[in-house]
Design a protein around this ligand. Sequence first.
Ligand SMILES: Cc1ncc(COP(=O)(O)O)c(C=O)c1O
Length: 328
Amino acid sequence: MKTYDNILELVGHTPLVRLRTGMPENGPEAYAKLDFLNPTGSVKDRMALHIIRKAMDEGRLKPGDTVVDNTSGNTGASMAMVCQVLGLKAVVTTPVKTSKEKTDLIRSFGAEVIVTPETLHDDPEGFYMVARRLAKENGWFDLNQYNSLDNIEAHYLTTGPEIWDDTEGQITHFVCGIGTGGTFSGAARFLKEKNPNIRTVAVDPEGSIFAELIRHKRIGRSQPYKVEGIGTDVPTDAMLPELVDEVITVSDRDSFLRAREITRTEGISAGGSSGSVAWAMEQVAREAASEALIVGIFADGGIKYLSKCFNDEWMTQHGFLPDSEVNS
Ligand SMILES: Cc1ncc(COP(=O)(O)O)c(C=O)c1O
């Protein structure tokens, strides 16, 4: 009999699937690691489970306690799901730009969602500061994904080893979006320990400060962008720039159009940031030798964005799709 005791046992162990959209003919093989196949549909299940379980094992968190964090949505669903199974409560702060599908999903797991204005990190009314304040005022457990080294550890212990094992050590290029930086840093650290020649590529949206920070060690000014889950307006402790060999900046338009194209041609329901990663994987593939083996993380799926980049009206409204291309 092949059965599981609870849903938490299904976190991780996501598959690598060949990616063909946009890849050069006779170029290297590229594989997408489908992390939208985690129980709540995103890579964040790994981090939430690891941080919460570790805190419980160490007696810093016990059943009945409340966990809080700010999130662009995916972490909220992961936190809420893990908390339900382990007998904890979850409170999530999220900015207004987060898609309705994502906030509804968080609520569906029984968590409380507080929607905050779209402002900068240090604004007391913004999602980041509100989460910190709530943790402090109420004595709640602050997941603090942006600055937790356990976020990095989650991927060092799971994502990195899975990629190494599933490619039988043949991976040559690792491509990953950076939001908190935890996925990139943990997996990149593990892979480079196994083989220092593996080239690590961080993917950042246009408007985020990460690219300039990594390339020139300068903190620039952020600009608004629409892709969810990646990019930042302040440095984070979960992002380790010394592990980055190259950073590729991707526009909203290229991200969304690529996500749509992959979904329609390969049947892989890719979220916006997976589109960013896939676009960056193409740039990597164009430069790499034909024997290279490229792995990119697809952090979440298109089902979370049906009202956004998979909605023609939304795409046209934001200038990402010419009127002539709208499906009737
Ligand atoms: C859709 C999406 N892509 C990528 C990421 C990046 O993951 P990390 O925070 O580990 O850098 C996230 C994180 O929220 C995400 O939600």
